[in-house]
Design a protein around this ligand. Structure first.
Ligand code: NAD
Length: 473
């Protein structure tokens, strides 16, 4: 079974590689020529644990390839996954331009029955929209083809005016599209992998959600995911609208859970309670579970911020104000500001002060800095007049592209040198075992603000540090 993946980013590359490892023949497509030539020369554009060797294995086995030629990849594949970006518009709604463009490109390249599977996170109704775009584009092509003999005779087709000048489906080449309309199905198959453990998550998911009304497409999807079915992965088979909303519901709930424990932590800061003990006790309640009860600088990354905004916006367009989500979004923004307040509490006016920042990625085990709490906090500190020294094991190159004027250091210790305070923002494992006596000697003042609660307050205080976590001192 041949598969094309359109969009070779975090989701597309991991999906394509893992499906190839299931034994399927996969072509990953991207419009970014630099990305594709890097992949074709053996490089990997992103960091994900275990991804590079899996790509190498499947490329060597002849099951995985990379191209910018979308038309060819679509023509030779029965199943087309869409995994392009759905960033936020200024008003918080999901920007579907990349999805719409890909739908038109697919329509222009269809030669026989296809299953078009949307993996991008999208508002409810997008599967229907993709279907409409493809049907409409096919009709345009069909009419354009029908008009070809007339054009050859120098006559203007009566339908030619319906083809938009910018459309990707204009070039109606005789003989390429054998019969229109070509049959196709659109399936919603949202992705739940987490950056930093994406390969593991894709191959050991807690669920597979398939949204379709077509039995034919469902059978094909079940065949693709057969290796996961064999390890007893639960399948949720539903309609496309429900599948689309499941993804937003999951991400919004997780963002809410993180925000809830952050709010409790902020209250702990005021009253001297210990959020770790509270989270532990809450987590022991089977109805709550201990996961996602780690206080910190607020959620970030390429998904939670944009997906909460998109669901809030989408609800509003349906005439429903999702009040809880509005509170979550605003509390998460305030959480960054409260972290900066902690720095100011200890250092006073930040003008001319040097802050050592450990961690730039939005979480550990990734080089992704999209909506990273660390980047937001650095920007707020810069606004206050602070100077920033920083270190991250993987995310420095990405950060240099947007904040070139920070002082980038070799390691944790160079970062601490001559700084007024050390702020730990990302929970990298290597930050959990710092040589604290060395750090103390390097810092101008022995202040550690531990925004991920990696250390025990009592231990740090006994070593002579002024220490503060989030919800525990
Ligand atoms: N990153 C995650 O952890 C994650 C997890 C689950 C779901 N998602 C969702 O998956 C989608 C993709 O996310 P991502 O993080 O992989 O995005 P990304 O930005 O890393 O990758 C998207 C890729 O699509 C390519 N692209 C865009 N238009 C194209 C076109 N017309 N033809 C070919 N290539 C095209 C871009 O060049 C880019 O490489 C989003 O909707 C996101 O919300 C992401």
């Amino acid at each position: 079974m041949k598969i094309a993946i359109i969009g070779t980013g975090y989701v597309g590359l991991v999906t394509g590689t893992c499906l190839a490892d299931f034994g399927l023949s996969v072509t990953c497509v991207d419009q970014d020529e630099t990305k594709i030539s890097l992949l074709n020369s053996g490089g990997v554009p992103i960091y994900e644990p275990n991804l590079a060797p899996l790509i190498e294995k499947n490329v060597s086995a002849g099951r995985l390839s990379f191209t910018t030629d979308l038309e060819k990849a679509v023509k030779q594949s029965k199943i087309i996954f869409i995994a392009v970006g759905t960033p936020s518009n200024d008003d918080g709604s999901a920007n579907l331009k990349q999805i719409e463009k890909v739908a038109q490109q697919i329509a222009a390249s269809m030669n026989e029955y296809k299953v078009i599977v949307n993996k991008s996170t999208v508002p409810i109704g997008t599967a229907t929209k993709i279907k409409e775009i493809i049907s409409k584009s096919q009709n345009v092509i069909a009419r354009s083809e029908a008009s070809l003999p007339q054009r050859k005779q120098g006559k203007q087709s009566q339908h030619s005016s319906v083809i938009p000048a910018s459309s990707h489906v204009i070039p109606a080449k005789a003989g390429i599209h054998p019969s229109f309309p070509v049959e196709f199905d659109v399936v919603s198959n949202p992705e739940f992998l987490r950056e930093g453990s994406a390969v593991y998550d894709f191959t050991h998911p807690d669920k597979i959600v398939i949204g379709t009304t077509s039995d034919k497409a469902l059978k094909i999807m079940q065949e693709i995911y057969r290796p996961l079915y064999l390890i007893d992965t639960p399948f949720v088979i539903t309609n496309p609208e429900t599948a689309e909303l499941i993804k937003y519901a999951c991400n919004s709930f997780l963002a809410t859970k993180i925000t809830f424990i952050n709010e409790i932590a902020n209250l702990c800061d005021k009253v001297g309670a210990d959020v770790h003990q509270i989270a532990k006790a809450m987590g022991l309640d089977g109805r709550i579970s201990p996961k996602f009860l780690h206080p910190g600088p607020g959620y970030g990354g390429s998904c939670f911020p944009k997906d909460t905004e998109a669901l809030y916006h989408f609800s509003s367009t349906c005439g429903y104000e999702f009040k809880l989500l509005k509170g979550v979004i605003s509390a998460n923004k305030r959480q960054r500001e409260l972290m900066v307040e902690k720095v100011k509490y200890h250092l006073g006016d930040l003008k001319g002060k040097t802050i050592a920042i450990l961690g730039l990625a939005f979480k550990q085990n990734t080089d992704d800095i999209r909506k990273s709490p660390s980047i937001d906090i650095i920007k707020l500190l810069l606004k206050e007049g602070a100077r920033i020294r920083c270190f991250d094991p993987l995310a420095m190159d990405n950060t240099k592209k947007i904040l070139p004027d920070l002082t980038y250091c070799q390691d944790e210790y160079e970062t601490a040198q001559e700084s007024d305070a050390l702020v730990i923002v990302t929970e990298w494992n290597q930050f959990r075992n710092l040589d604290l006596s060395k750090i103390k000697k390097l810092l101008k003042t022995p202040i550690i603000l531990d925004l991920r609660n990696l250390y025990e307050p009592a231990t740090l205080k006994s070593l002579g540090f002024i220490y503060e976590g989030v919800g525990r001192r």
